[in-house]
Design a binder for this molecule. Structure first.
Ligand SMILES: C[S@@+](CC[C@H](N)C(=O)[O-])C[C@H]1O[C@@H](n2cnc3c(N)ncnc32)[C@H](O)[C@@H]1O
Length: 271
């Protein structure tokens, strides 16, 4: 593939030099046994694997950080913090009929910022557990005067059940999630049976789940978990058209520059 310029001339993009590495390539998975499936639900119920731990045990979790007050930022446990009207404004936005798209793990936010700018008639919610990345993206939301995008640094697995109404999501984008190679870190891996239950609850009938990864085996695991769930149709590459034009994420841009293959999967939520 022809190498692309390091920084394309686009006012929104920030694909500056990166420390991405090829990563290890020993992602193995097998169909889950009943015991493994039961373990995944038990871990989920116990809040195991939440990035940054369970917010319910964090002192002051019901208060917004000062830098987030009256900005398009939210945390599940701080929705009613009287310091700002973040919660009220988010609830009002979610109560409108505007289609809602979410991105989980937006990283630098290039895909999400571009998408929010292209579709002012939609609402966007981005989850990114790295607080620093979330703050940088908040700054870019303001710099580019984007008014239809909300961010949270909560783990989406904790936040979505508490904040996003069932059947509200038109499209969910999960792009290049961390593979969590090591056995002891697997519980942090996003895709598991209860996570697919969560997506099935939040995505409306006919809505779209889009997934990309440069770890081919992660894509295979996702396809297995989603297709055997029952709430989604089979992967259909034609569904990609529903996204329309969009920019790549930072990781995807890096993959293109380095000729690294990307797997993409698209599933429609069944009626
Ligand atoms: C490998 S990076 C990819 C970032 C971006 N999507 C891209 O393609 O450039 C995965 C991101 O997901 C975030 N993340 C991981 N688990 C998460 C979770 N449970 N909720 C929200 N964000 C998460 C990580 O902090 C990390 O920034």
């Amino acid at each position: 593939m022809k190498p692309q310029p390091a920084n394309p001339p686009h006012p929104l993009l920030d694909y500056h030099a990166t420390s991405f590495t090829q990563g290890r390539m020993d992602f193995a998975w097998e169909a889950l046994t009943d015991a493994e499936r039961a373990q995944a639900y038990a871990d989920w119920a116990a809040g195991k694997g939440l990035i940054g731990g369970d917010p319910r045990y964090r002192p002051g979790a019901e208060r917004l950080p000062p830098w987030g007050v009256n900005r398009p930022f939210f945390r599940a446990l701080a929705l009613d913090d009287p310091q700002g009207d973040n919660g009220a404004r988010l609830r009002a936005a979610l109560a409108t009929p505007a289609p809602l798209e979410i991105e989980i793990g937006f990283g630098r936010g290039d895909f999400l910022l571009d998408r929010a700018r292209r579709h002012p008639d939609r609402i966007f919610v981005g989850y990114e557990t790295k607080t620093k990345a979330t703050r940088l993206c908040l700054d870019r939301i303001e710099r580019f005067d984007i008014s239809n995008l909300w961010l949270s640094d909560d783990d989406c697995r904790f936040n979505m059940p508490r904040v996003i109404p069932d059947g509200r999501v038109e499209m969910a984008h999960i792009l290049f999630p961390d593979p969590w190679w090591k056995e002891q870190h697997r519980v942090k891996r996003l895709f598991s049976p209860p996570f697919v239950d969560l997506l099935a609850a939040k995505i409306r009938a006919g809505g779209l789940l889009a997934f990309k990864s440069d770890v081919a085996e992660y894509g295979e695991l996702v396809r297995y978990l989603v297709e055997q769930h029952g709430a989604f149709g089979l992967h259909d590459p034609n569904l990609a058209q529903r996204l329309g034009e969009h920019l790549p994420t930072h990781r995807e841009y890096w993959c293109r520059q380095h000729g690294r293959p990307v797997s993409a999967y698209y599933f429609a939520r069944s009626a």
